[in-house]
Design a protein around this ligand. Structure first.
Ligand code: ASP
Ligand code: MG
Length: 409
């Protein structure tokens, strides 16, 4: 069994759906296809969810989301008595009720509709053209804990549900979503569909996973910023984890972990040129990698010091880490000194303000945003010059990796 994963860009309009259909049809009869929400509809649903929580009128935003999907369905010649309309109506029914529960919990009851609608439209289309397949509801298969918006997989239960799927079929299902014991929907973190692909791959002992992207494979830098970025044909699991950890956006950071123990290879290929080789990630030993540059904008540099001039020691760090962890604040890079502890963060500013408030009695938290975090893997001495000449606010280097926090201008 092979696993294919198509992200939002590969289903953003009717032509894209036709293209991913052709690629899937070439994938043979033993295939499980994971699909994300179409285009930017996850962002649109986030806005709808925010409005719903605040009891704002939703009709304009809902209309736009409906029209977006409807236009794709029409171009695919689907009529209005389709499965996707049934799913659309479910979303509307949900929004007619009041939002009950925490923000993160209600988020998870609405945002998955992006993936559900997307796979429902493709299901309708494949039925219409006679491409034999089965539609699966991923919320019934991926079993998670209750940590909404960043749910963790219950592997034992998920495996039980997935491993018995017949391997002789073509399936289509959603990325990014799961559910808890109580049939509460959950999500695995933004851009989490890649992770879903490797969860299914692990549970099915799949032969391979292919992530179809709008780029040629894994590149040494963002080609929009660095036109000379090179394709990296082979990447070891270890290196892929490092690159994803530092923010290489080509795959979700959690994707490798379920594949590595059983050696399932991960291919990253272009849906525009599906016959090109792209990048393969697996049990390879690669002698030399090019310098890889990963740039992350809109980061926060926060600095915490004690109010009473005492040192920052282990128990202070424990308090700071749990304050960050409780709020889902992700620490990208950190540095400690005698009285202060600095960290480069990626989070919404309100979460940091909340943490500032919680630590107030004992600590003074100041921050600077937006800053840029640059990571260079496998750097050569000459690669550093460009970055060292900027306003460097924090830096760290070891033999393979150099990192700079730079003032954004
Ligand atoms: N649709 C979700 C998102 O945009 C999940 C994904 O695309 O992987 O974050
Ligand atoms: Mg997406």
């Amino acid at each position: 069994m092979k696993i294919y994963k198509f992200g939002g860009a590969s289903v953003k309009n009717a032509d894209a759906v036709k293209n991913m259909t052709a690629i899937s049809q070439m994938g043979g009869p033993h295939l499980l296809i994971i699909v994300s929400a179409m285009g930017k509809s996850t962002n649109a649903l986030e806005e709808i969810h925010n409005g719903w929580r605040l009891k704002l009128p939703l009709s304009e935003k809902l209309d736009a989301l409906y029209q977006f999907h409807h236009a794709i369905a029409q171009e695919l010649n689907l009529n209005d008595e389709c499965f996707w309309i049934e799913k659309w109506n479910q979303l509307i029914q949900h929004l007619e009720k009041d939002a009950m529960g925490t923000f993160d919990c209600t988020y998870d009851q609405i945002i998955p509709f992006g993936e559900i609608l997307s796979t429902a439209i493709i299901h309708d289309y494949w039925n219409a053209i006679g491409y034999r397949h089965h539609w699966l509801d991923a919320t019934k298969l991926i079993h998670t804990d209750q940590r909404h918006r960043e749910a963790r997989v219950n592997w034992e239960e998920t495996k039980k549900r997935i491993e018995n799927l017949s391997k002789d079929r073509v399936y289509i299902t959603q990325g990014f979503i799961g559910s808890t014991d109580h049939q509460n929907w959950t999500t695995l973190g933004r851009e989490g569909s890649d992770y879903s692909a490797s969860i299914f791959a692990n549970c099915l002992a799949a032969e391979s996973v292919t992530i179809w992207k709008d780029v040629a494979g894994m590149l040494s830098a963002d080609p929009k910023l660095h036109p000379d970025a090179a394709l990296i044909p082979l990447v070891s699991y270890g290196e892929a984890i490092e690159l994803a950890y530092y923010g290489a956006s080509v795959i979700h950071p959690k994707t490798i972990q379920p594949l590595q123990p059983t050696g399932i290879p991960l291919h990253i290929k272009s849906f525009v040129s599906p016959n090109e080789k792209g990048t393969s990630i697996g049990q390879f030993s690669v002698e030399e990698y090019p310098t890889c540059i990963i740039e992350k904008d809109n980061q926060i540099l926060a600095s915490i010091s004690t109010n009473d001039y005492s040192f920052i020691v282990e128990d202070n760090l424990q308090e700071i880490f749990s304050a960050a962890n409780d709020r889902g604040i992700k620490i990208q890079m950190m540095e400690n000194g005698a009285r202060s502890f600095s960290m480069c963060l990626q989070c919404e500013e309100h979460k940091l303000l909340d943490m500032q408030e919680a630590l107030k009695g004992k600590y003074n938290l100041r921050y600077n945003t937006p800053v840029k975090l640059v990571t260079l893997r496998h750097y050569k001495a000459e690669d550093l010059k460009q970055w060292e000449s900027g306003t460097v606010l924090m830096e760290q280097k070891n033999r393979t990796t150099a990192r700079f926090v730079i003032q954004n201008h």
